[in-house]
Design a protein around this ligand. Structure first.
Ligand code: ZN
Length: 234
């Protein structure tokens, strides 16, 4: 992984990307092409079946297991974000994954993380987590109730992205030493559910270990990775 201290030049990638590029031409970039239609307007992406199936269990099953998609040579993803899918395509074809540079690209990274969850791509999720935490380090606490609700609506209960966002938000609230909870977080708690329960727990955790608490973005690199199918970093 390369990390440049200049924010505009932060590049997060892994050696495996470069190694994979060597075999792209011989094995994965064959003439076997499929179409992926993304978003409400069905934007068409013409992509290599071998590459998609190699990178993602989701596509391997959709295109190789007797699904409707197998006959049509097409996959339809009407609920996915087109910008996030474009980022996904660039990454699987070898482009480095850069840290978000503003709120728009941060939101797109969250959507891509949700997509990587659906596509069963643990390496991509971990690279995105590195990128998101880097963004927090340079820009302070960025995820508010809106981002937390989006992630909670689209990820499983054991999602590392949930854990990071909720802990980072709680850390931000406690660090500001406000006497009262900010109004937007109060509205979030009123809605109840997992996100309210987890945020309350994270608030208590941050309060209990203050002032020696560490910002979640500054914890160990592997702290918010998932390693169910990949080798642990430590
Ligand atoms: Zn790790």
């Amino acid at each position: 992984m390369q990390r440049n201290q200049s924010r505009s030049k932060i590049i997060l990638t892994k050696k495996v990307n470069r190694l994979d590029l060597r075999k792209l031409h011989s094995r994965l970039l064959t003439e076997d092409m499929i179409n992926v239609y993304v978003g409400a307007k069905c934007k068409k992406f013409h992509l290599h079946n071998g590459l998609l199936s190699d990178r993602s269990d989701f596509f391997r099953k959709a295109l190789g297991g007797g699904f409707q998609e197998q006959d049509e040579r097409a996959v339809y993803l009407p609920d996915e974000d087109v910008g996030a899918f474009e980022l996904f395509v660039r990454w699987i074809y070898g482009a480095p994954l850069r840290a978000p540079s503003d709120l728009d690209s941060f939101t797109r990274h969250l959507a891509l993380y949700v997509m990587a969850e659906k596509f069963c791509m643990e390496p991509l999720k971990n690279l995105l987590m590195d990128a998101i935490r880097t963004y927090y380090r340079f820009n302070g606490i960025r995820g508010g109730p809106e981002q937390m609700e989006y992630v909670y609506e689209n990820t499983p209960a054991d999602s590392s992205l949930r854990l990071f966002l909720v802990r980072a938000a709680a850390y931000g609230v406690v660090a500001r030493i406000n006497q009262e909870l900010p109004k937007n977080f109060l509205e979030l708690l009123k809605k109840g559910g997992d996100v309210a329960a987890d945020f309350t727990s994270a608030l208590l955790r941050s309060s209990a270990i203050r002032p020696r608490t560490t910002a979640p973005s500054m914890e160990l690199d592997c702290a918010y990775h998932e390693h169910k199918s990949t080798k642990s970093c430590v």
